[in-house]
Design a protein around this ligand. Structure first.
Ligand SMILES: C[S@@+](CC[C@H](N)C(=O)[O-])C[C@H]1O[C@@H](n2cnc3c(N)ncnc32)[C@H](O)[C@@H]1O
Length: 208
C-alpha cells in the first residue's frame, strides 16, 4: 500500500514483493537459494524483531509482511545495515499474501507481534485475527509449525482465545513468549508503559 512519506528512500522497495501486482505463488527456495525453514511475521512494522531473528538464525529464512510501504523501507534499511541474506519483505495485506504466495504446509513459524487491536466494537471487523483466519494458518503451517501471537491488549487476546476455543484445527500449546518479541518498536513502547503482555502459541491438532 502506498503511503509515500517524505524523506524515505523508496528505491529500497524495488526488491520487495508488492501485492496485488506480485500476488502469485512464489518459489521461495529459488528466492533464497536454499530449502531452509520459512518464517513469516505478520505486520512486521519497522522490522526490529524480524531482522534480529534473521541475524540470530542464519540457517532459517524470514519474510516480513506489512501494509505500510514506509515501514518496509525502514525494515530494508535494517536488513542492509546488518547485511542479511535470509530476509525478504512483502508490502501488502498479510491474509491475501499468505493465502496466495505460500504453498500449503510451508511455514515453520508465523509471528503476529502487537497487531493493531481495533479496541472499539464497531472496528472489530478490522482485526486481522478472525474466524476465517484460523483455517488459513492451519493450512499454511508445516505439520510441526507454530503460530505465535503477542499483544498488550487483553480484549484482542480474549477475542482470539474465544475464536480458538470454537474450532478444532489448532490448539494452544503455550502462553510463554520469547522476550525478543517484545523488542519491536511497539513492544518497547508498551514495555516502557509497563503494560502486561498476552501471548499464545498454536500448533496443529492433527499432524498428518
Ligand atoms: C501496532 S503495529 C506493530 C508493528 C510491529 N509488529 C511492532 O511490534 O512494532 C501493527 C502493524 O501491522 C500492520 N498491518 C495492519 N494491518 C495489516 C494487514 N492487513 N496486513 C499486513 N500488515 C498489516 C500495520 O501497518 C502496522 O505496521
Amino acid at each position: 500500500m502506498k503511503f509515500k512519506k517524505k524523506g524515505f528512500d523508496y528505491s529500497l522497495l524495488e526488491t520487495t514483493f508488492t501485492p496485488p501486482e506480485d500476488i502469485n505463488f512464489v518459489n521461495w527456495e529459488e528466492v533464497f537459494g536454499n530449502k531452509n525453514p520459512l518464517n513469516v511475521e505478520i505486520g512486521c512494522g519497522n522490522g526490529h524483531f524480524l531482522t534480529q531473528q534473521a541475524l540470530g538464525n542464519p540457517n532459517e529464512n524470514f519474510i516480513g509482511i506489512d501494509l505500510k510501504d514506509y515501514r518496509i523501507v525502514k525494515s530494508r534499511m535494517k536488513e542492509n545495515l546488518l547485511q542479511l541474506t535470509n530476509v525478504r519483505w512483502i508490502c501488502g495485506d498479510a491474509g491475501a499474501s499468505i493465502e496466495k504466495m505460500f504453498p500449503d504446509k510451508s511455514l515453520n513459524k508465523i509471528y503476529m507481534t502487537f497487531p493493531d487491536p481495533w479496541p472499539k466494537k464497531r472496528h472489530w471487523k478490522h482485526r486481522l485475527f478472525q474466524a476465517h483466519f484460523i483455517p488459513l494458518i492451519a493450512k499454511k503451517l508445516a505439520d510441526n509449525g507454530k503460530f505465535i501471537f503477542i499483544s498488550d491488549h487483553e480484549g484482542y487476546y480474549q477475542w482470539c482465545i474465544e475464536l480458538i476455543e470454537a474450532q478444532k484445527e489448532l490448539v494452544i500449546v503455550s502462553h510463554d513468549y520469547d522476550i525478543s518479541m517484545t523488542e519491536s518498536a511497539f513492544g518497547k513502547i508498551w514495555q516502557a508503559e509497563q503494560r502486561t503482555f498476552h501471548s499464545f502459541t498454536l500448533e496443529k491438532s492433527v499432524k498428518l
